[in-house]
Design a protein around this ligand. Structure first.
Ligand code: SF4
Length: 377
């Protein structure tokens, strides 16, 4: 499988917690699209596998017009072979969608939407400085279904300072009532360099104690799995048949192309980072050069650690792949801890993979650290 990521670096308004690269200069979108088309052409034929997933992330890709999106997709199609059932996802801000745009995105080939809902409580949305209201999130889902989207993700955030166990339960119930096919649930992170982090440092914002954060995570897992969602990664839950193929490409350590400012790609064991500045990225692309800020070729030890980290936190470490690629028998290499984790019901073997259970996901960080240590011996 080969993934294809496109970073659209514009937002209506920058949220205080966000450390993704995006700017508020929407007047530059048209010019950006021209340069993006150039980078897409530069990356033509750099990989011969067919593309099984395309992901428009950002930023706010739903600031693109359907015509711009269609032109970009046509350009991608002209440079790589798309699998017949290619998953094409677009991140959408519920505050920016219109019926016409959703119909246009669907006609252009987008077949999966991801809405950054986060919360249905106005006070929590204000805390996050989101531009949308709870009602707009409801509307966005209704409009998406009316436009023909049968595969929709919603993002949910927990451990927000104004949030209680009661408001989190309310948020989950409201989200479940909309019947998204997939839910990504993240604990709020205070990323250094963001305004929210600065507020925390000044004492203007008090994060929840760790125990409450953990209780909230437990509630998320319990409620979503009880509602028929399968947890297939620390933060991701899917209805049967609706795992995000694009995310799985990352978590299985497979190749993905990436275009746009700040985008990260991985091709043939070499990782690259594009410039995290629209100006620097545009200058390079327009000069006919790949806009890399840096590249790194992974050695065997790094690839081993990375694959263990990614697969353990997702749908499990593939036993045969570790044996064939690294000559490692996981059952031997991870003793004695593996025996304990299995006895305690934190890890099980399923479909040839050693994977975390719901209980295991809740202690994922210490298990991951230990696995890395044991494999690095
Ligand atoms: S809308 Fe999304 S990408 Fe834009 S600033 Fe907010 S969280 Fe970040």
């Amino acid at each position: 499988m080969l993934g294809y990521y496109l970073h659209i670096p514009f937002c209506d308004k920058k949220c205080t917690y966000c450390d993704f690269y995006s700017i508020e200069s929407k007047g530059l979108v048209e010019r950006f699209v021209d340069s993006l088309l150039r980078e897409i052409q530069q990356r033509a034929a750099s990989n011969e596998q067919s593309v099984s997933s395309i992901f428009f992330g950002g930023g706010t890709p739903s600031l693109l017009t359907p015509e711009q999106l269609s032109t970009i997709l046509d350009s991608v199609r002209s440079t790589v072979v798309l699998a017949a059932d290619c998953e094409i996802t677009m991140e959408c801000n519920p505050g920016t969608v219109t019926p016409e745009n959703l119909i246009g995105y669907r006609a252009a080939g987008v077949n999966r939407l991801s809405f950054g809902v986060q919360s249905f409580v106005e006070e929590e949305l204000r805390f996050l400085t989101r531009i949308h209201s709870a009602d707009e999130a409801d509307d966005a889902m209704r409009l998406a279904r009316a436009a023909g989207f049968t595969n929709v993700n919603m993002d949910l955030m927990f451990a927000l300072p104004p949030q209680t166990m009661e408001t989190l339960a309310y948020n989950i119930d409201r989200m479940l009532a909309l019947q998204p096919n997939h839910i990504s649930a993240y604990s709020l992170v205070y990323e250094p360099g963001t305004p929210l982090h600065a507020q925390k440092v000044k004492g203007a914002v008090q994060p929840h104690p760790e125990e409450l954060d953990a209780d909230m995570y437990t509630m998320v897992i319990d409620r979503l799995t009880s509602a028929g969602y399968e947890q297939y990664e620390v933060s991701n839950f899917a209805r049967p048949g609706h795992r995000c193929r694009h995310n799985l490409t990352y978590w299985h350590g497979e190749d993905y192309l990436a275009v746009g400012p700040s985008a990260h790609g991985l091709v043939g064991g070499t990782r690259y980072w594009n410039h995290r500045s629209l100006t620097a990225w545009t200058q390079k692309v327009d000069a006919g050069e790949l806009p890399h800020a840096n590249t790194e070729t992974l050695g065997a030890a790094e690839r081993l650690t990375e694959l263990a980290f990614l697969t353990l936190r997702a749908d499990g470490m593939p036993i045969q792949q570790f044996a064939e690629e690294f000559g490692i028998d996981l059952y031997t290499a991870l003793q004695p801890d593996l025996g304990y984790w299995m006895d305690e019901g934190m890890i099980v073997e399923q479909n040839g993979k050693l994977r975390l259970t719901a209980r295991g996901y809740q202690v994922c960080d210490p298990i991951t650290l230990k696995v890395e240590e044991l494999l690095g011996r």
